[in-house]
Design a protein around this ligand. Structure first.
Ligand SMILES: Cc1cc2nc3c(=O)[nH]c(=O)nc-3n(C[C@H](O)[C@H](O)[C@H](O)COP(=O)(O)OP(=O)(O)OC[C@H]3O[C@@H](n4cnc5c(N)ncnc54)[C@H](O)[C@@H]3O)c2cc1C
Ligand code: SF4
Length: 339
């Protein structure tokens, strides 16, 4: 860890001033990712700007339009267990609780979750080439051990995946990210927040240096009747997704009116294919239709030496999760599985 200065701020405008648009000045929230990145010299900071005292960003509030605003500093645990989230957005609650450990979720914040870095082994090993950590140095994963890497949306410069669970549900829910920066405030639809690697894998998302996430808005529609989050991983806890799926379905009189299906663990951003969701509209919620939709979602998928299994795994996970969404109560602790 290099030497840096540290300052606490009480409001967002002070945070923006302290950041001063400089990449070497960093926000710290829960510290669960940033501290590791600093300790292992993956990132360096001149100044840490601690936003924890900012009261405005630490709550969950009802919006006039019927939606819900999640403060960027509200913790992942408090968000998942909030009665409004449990009741109206159980998909989000379930996705958050599939991530990390209780201790980490108690510290991790909503804003930090969106900003967490990839878990590519080579990104964390400063002795190997990595275009994300050190642009232009190469990618050790493409011809290396790539079991956890991307099968969709990757480039010749980077095949890393974005590791969040929470963000997969936020993608399916079509959340909106509220941002403050030197040029004022702006909003980004969730689908436009994270990026594909392309030629600039060092950039994970479209936040500009000096900007701060203040909150995340959830639209009214929470898919509280038919939803499911499925996370497939090497260990059953404390492990990142090989493949995860968030499904929200709107079903009226046995026919799908709207479907949302987002994948995690497969690309540099949560992956959604609108054509595959449109395909389900007006159809029966059957295994065959979900399988056909899964084929559309995985169209163009490409595996590498150690991760080709993810293509079939993702297709099966989509079908299984969509079937589970038809009976969300079966997912509660102690309930018998419906399949
Ligand atoms: C062992 C371990 C296992 C984990 N497993 C999972 C898992 O299974 N699933 C999962 O989803 N996550 C997992 N995580 C990741 C965890 O969810 C993130 O570390 C956490 O959400 C980051 O939040 P934070 O508040 O601690 O961020 P910090 O570590 O404080 O910050 C992370 C980054 O976000 C930036 N940042 C923070 N807040 C803001 C803001 N408001 N505006 C702009 N930038 C900001 C910081 O500058 C930094 O770059 C795991 C983490 C660990 C350590
Ligand atoms: S996949 Fe991306 S993060 Fe991993 S080594 Fe290659 S460039 Fe770095």
């Amino acid at each position: 860890m290099n030497n840096f200065s540290y300052i606490k701020v009480n409001d967002i405008s002070d945070a923006v001033n302290e950041l001063n648009g400089d990449i070497r000045n960093k926000i710290v929230a829960g510290g669960t990712n940033l501290n590791d990145l600093l300790k292992y010299f993956i990132t360096k900071a001149d100044k840490l700007v601690d936003i924890n005292p900012v009261k405005d960003c630490n709550s969950i509030i009802r919006l006039d339009n019927g939606g819900i605003r999640l403060g960027a500093l509200h913790t992942n645990a408090d968000t998942a267990y909030d009665p409004i989230i449990e009741e109206r957005y159980p998909l989000l609650s379930k996705a958050i609780l599939a991530g990390a450990s209780p201790q980490i979720r108690n510290m991790a914040t909503n804003g930090g979750n969106l900003m967490q870095r990839t878990r590519c082994y080579y990104f964390y090993d400063i002795n190997t080439p990595c275009n994300k950590r050190d642009p232009g140095s190469g990618c050790a994963a493409i011809n290396g051990y790539n079991r956890i890497h991307a099968i969709l949306g990757q480039s010749d410069n980077c095949i890393a995946v974005f590791p969040s669970d929470m963000c997969v549900a936020l993608t399916a829910l079509e959340a909106i990210v509220n941002i403050s920066g030197p040029d004022g405030e702006r909003v980004l639809p969730f689908a436009d927040f994270h990026r594909l690697p392309g030629d600039t894998p060092n950039r994970d998302n479209n936040l500009v240096h000096g900007e701060v996430i203040t909150s995340i808005d959830l639209p009214v529609k929470g898919f509280e009747k038919y939803y499911s989050y499925l996370k497939l991983r090497d260990r059953s806890s404390y492990s990142f997704a090989l493949v995860s799926v968030a499904t929200g379905l709107d079903i009226i009189e046995g026919v799908i009116k709207e479907a949302r299906i987002a994948l995690g663990g497969v690309a540099h951003k949560p992956w959604r294919v609108p054509e595959a969701e449109d395909f389900l509209k007006g159809k029966e919620p059957s295994r065959e239709n979900f399988a056909a939709s899964a084929e559309l979602i995985l169209e163009g998928a490409k595996g590498y030496e150690h991760n080709s299994f993810k293509i079939e795994l993702a297709k099966r996970a989509i079908v299984r999760n969509c079937m589970m969404a038809l009976n969300p109560k079966s997912q509660r602790p102690g309930a018998k599985p419906s399949l």
